[in-house]
Design a protein around this ligand. Structure first.
Ligand SMILES: Cc1cc2nc3c(=O)[nH]c(=O)nc-3n(C[C@H](O)[C@H](O)[C@H](O)COP(=O)(O)OP(=O)(O)OC[C@H]3O[C@@H](n4cnc5c(N)ncnc54)[C@H](O)[C@@H]3O)c2cc1C
Length: 370
């Protein structure tokens, strides 16, 4: 697999103390940038085999972590937990569990947090989640957790209370402290109606609540990221800020993402993609565009790249290959990569591929720091 002389070594579960440490080291500029992927739990059982094949291919490139989304209002609570548990127990990758609080009572959220902690999960991405689209006047429940800032604080509270009541939990917490990431929005969050300045302020609040690092919403212009980071640093934000990137290979995906997030792709990019004759040409153009974007933020000193995969490995891997951070889908074709086999269990087989019978996991089975 071509690596341009900057081959990424497998961190190994014993080499990385925590996700926050890995990101923090890269932030210092001394280490290679981190690489991570976002995965979405399969929605239907018949999508599970394809999902796990994608997961296997991504895990085989030894990312620093893989984050697993969680539906607003906990719609995919069981599947998300199964996916995180399976990654934690059956692969060398460090999973981060997304957690949302919108539409849930405080008691519900505490229960979900406890479930994940019981599973052995020590890394979270704390989010509010988007309110229901059909309720423009939606307000958080009086007994609910209103924002990601409150969720970060609640995660720390639940962990502290478990540590206070159980010496084993206290020891585990001392050995493997929680890592809590948060989302941030370089150009403001159109879905929430916030400006960049408000998101800078909000990120500072998330940091004060105990966030370990931040991952940005996708953006299309490197200056969105670099200007935001500069403003955040000036405002006292010191935590690492990872650049979130969407490979821009499919115009339909870019339009759908705009509907979901409010982040609009540049018209010139959409026009260029639309004018191309077929998906292969669009793939090549989109990868070149995203590689250029990624290289600009790497040159500006980003501590890492977080790739929004939409459960597709090819574009994610080609993007990484383009910036010489591993990856590359060409050599793997449609078959299993032999190089991946010894490191990554066969995630595309076994009873869990149905999505209905993932093996149960227990915290005792994985002692690796996350
Ligand atoms: C990297 C990333 C991953 C994501 N993953 C998921 C996912 O898995 N599932 C999902 O459903 N969504 C996900 N989202 C979308 C995200 O949940 C929404 O964009 C949401 O609207 C904002 O999230 P937040 O955590 O920044 O919310 P918050 O920071 O809580 O902000 C949301 C709103 O809460 C209010 N608010 C926040 N802080 C305060 C405060 N201190 N005082 C008063 N009001 C306040 C503001 O009105 C703001 O508009 C993700 C987004 C990103 C960037």
């Amino acid at each position: 697999m071509p690596d341009g002389g900057r081959a990424r070594t497998h961190p190994g579960r014993s080499d990385v103390v925590s996700v926050a440490d890995a990101v923090g080291q890269a932030h210092g500029g001394a280490a290679r940038p981190t690489v991570s992927f976002e995965l979405m739990p399969p929605r239907r059982p018949d999508a599970a085999p394809k999902f796990w094949e994608t997961a296997r291919r991504l895990v085989a490139t030894h990312p620093d972590f893989v984050s697993v989304t969680y539906g607003a209002a906990g719609t995919d609570r069981a599947t998300a937990r199964q996916v995180v548990g399976r990654l934690l127990q059956g692969t060398p990758v460090l999973p981060i569990a997304h957690l949302t609080c919108v539409g849930a009572s405080r008691e519900d959220v505490e229960e979900v947090i406890s479930d994940f902690l019981d599973e052995g999960v020590r890394s979270f991405l704390a989010l509010r989640g988007d309110p229901p689209r059909d309720q423009p006047d939606w307000q958080p429940a009086p007994d609910g957790v209103r924002s990601s800032t409150e969720l970060v604080a609640l995660l720390r509270e639940v962990e502290a209370s478990r540590c206070a009541s159980d010496p084993a939990a206290a020891l585990r917490g001392a050995a493997r402290p929680l890592t809590i990431a948060v989302a941030t929005f370089c150009d403001g969050n159109p879905a929430a109606g916030t400006t960049r300045a408000q998101e800078v302020r909000r990120l500072w609040q998330k940091q004060q609540a105990g966030a370990s690092f931040a991952i940005t919403q996708l953006f299309y212009d490197a200056s969105s990221y670099t200007d935001f980071v500069a403003e955040a640093r000036a405002a006292g934000v010191t935590i690492p800020i990872l650049a979130g990137l969407l490979p821009t290979t499919e115009p339909a995906r870019l339009r759908r993402v705009e509907e979901l997030t409010g982040v609009r792709a540049p018209q010139h990019l959409l026009d260029a993609l639309d004018a191309l004759p077929d998906p292969e040409a669009q793939h090549a153009y989109g990868i070149a565009y995203t590689v250029d974007l990624a290289q600009r933020v790497l040159d500006a000193g980003t501590p890492g790249l977080h790739v929004y995969t939409f459960n597709k490995h090819r574009a994610a891997l080609d993007l990484l290959e383009g910036v010489h951070l591993g990856g590359g889908s060409a050599g793997t074709g449609g078959s299993t990569s032999a190089a991946a086999a010894p490191l990554v269990p066969d995630l595309a087989s076994g009873p869990w591929v149905t999505g209905t019978s993932l093996p149960t996991t227990s915290a005792a089975t994985h002692g690796t720091p996350v």
